[in-house]
Design a protein around this ligand. Sequence first.
Ligand SMILES: Nc1ncnc2c1ncn2[C@@H]1O[C@H](COP(=O)(O)OP(=O)(O)O)[C@@H](O)[C@H]1O
Ligand SMILES: [Mg+2]
Length: 211
Amino acid sequence: MPKVIAILNQKGGVGKTTLAVHLATSLARKKKSVLLLDADPQGSALDWAAARHGEPLFPVVGLPKSSIHKELPAVASNFEMVIIDGPPRVYDVARSAIMASDLVLVPVQPSPYDVWAAKEIIDLLNEAAVYKPALKKAFLINRKIVNTAIGRDVADALSEYPIPVLNTAICQRVAFAESATQGLTVFELDPDMLASQEINGVADEVQGMLS
Ligand SMILES: Nc1ncnc2c1ncn2[C@@H]1O[C@H](COP(=O)(O)OP(=O)(O)O)[C@@H](O)[C@H]1O
Ligand SMILES: [Mg+2]
């Protein structure tokens, strides 16, 4: 069975889709067979895939339902890794994604509003801990502003929650939005740029947590 990583946060606009697409791409570039599962009724990851002209790097399948955990084995058994792009708000879908996962990543932006809003997903994860004690989880700081203290401050603020923060943070970089317009990723704009290195750093950490 594949290793399943869900990117979840009930708050919209924190970077779930951006990070799901990029993490899937990084793993595919490391020769993993990857499936990206779009669990958001809005279908942003599917839109990203549809905007793409070149070869797809991995299949993107829409499954914005509370039956993800039941359907995933049939859909994903031939893949090594599954990345789930989570929905905002819809609790039953998020809960199903948690049940299907080995690791949940919670993106947060360096802002107190995001730190407070993370309580919702943490509550869901705490609930899941009862029936899924082996579930791994971590915060992933996204849109950190280079050369500011706020990224470190937010890591401190997040330490009040019972889950760790990944060592690698993703900075605010216009290349993430620019590349998405054409269904591309930062790797295709410039594989050596810092944005690509950060994403690869997250992929390395995630693989380490799952091995
Ligand atoms: N690290 C980043 N740097 C710059 N823009 C980003 C970054 N992460 C996300 N964005 C932008 O922020 C917006 C929201 O991101 P998105 O991935 O759609 O969030 P979500 O899926 O959580 O709603 C998008 O316009 C996206 O391009
Ligand atoms: Mg999204």
